[in-house]
Ligand binder design. Sequence first.
Ligand code: BTN
Length: 318
Amino acid sequence: MLTLLKLLKDGRFHSGQALGTALGISRSAVWKQLQHLEAELGLSVHKVRGRGYQLAKPLLLLDSAEISAKESCEWPIHIFDSIDSTNAEALRAIERGMGAPFMILAERQTAGRGRRGRKWVSPFADNLYHSLVLRIDGGMRQIEGLSLVVGLAVMHALHDMGIAGAGLKWPNDVLVGDKKIAGILLELVGDPADVCHVVLGVGINVNMRSTDEVDQQWTSMCLEAGRDFDRNELVGRLAAKFQHYLRLHQVSGFSAIQEEWERYHLWQGRNVSLIAGINQVDGVVMGIDRQGALRLKVDGVEKIFSGGELSLRLRDDS
Ligand code: BTN
């Protein structure tokens, strides 16, 4: 099915006969595969008698040669047409003994994972689903604030691509205004005090225009800019930002990044509720500390919060 898609991706008309010959199958088998493409991947195909078949819009698929041509990337890149989750595949690859660092990308995820058990909507060839695996052997200091560092790198990649309004929300959402444009999910295996691997999972809404499936306010690069983006260029930009910020973090620790992170924190000084499962704490955001934990003024007293399962909401009176 994906071989057929690769023949059609130029957005031109292709006759059923030519497609059948290229694939070594009959015209009716081509027709069946096209039906499948539309149903399974949500793509729309124009069928015109006498001319053949044409994708409603050309597809720019992920391509490691294109990525490396745009930016030098330090890590090997593995691209999947379809996978359950790039984070899950990264964890399996670590288990198989694949040497880190490496990067997993996918055109779509059938079981994309979000934070706090949510699903991450991952339609085919629209968005970026990206997992970078690092080996950590420098102890807890190398993990401290890491998810915030990833957020900063993602935000800067978006700025470089022209999404000037992108900012941060503690701990690791990237928003434009109140709408989420990117999400980050870190997963860790091994002993963080000794040797471990960390999977930096990043989902960026790139060319997605509509979906009924996302249950929170969202936006995408194309909705913000009014044009489609080349995801290969975005991967290259992201790799460059990762290379810079991960090195800074490794050499100097999170404290070297704290001030810059706060500068881009959209909810600085806002009235928020901090949600931890069924518990809620109301307060005012003062900033973050040298480890990336949240500083919240609660009833006039500063309190510190950290942990992957925490999330913030704005209070009505903010
Ligand atoms: C969030 O809930 O905000 C985090 C979303 C993280 C989604 C990305 S997409 C690539 C990687 N693979 C996954 O299954 N999840 C992350």
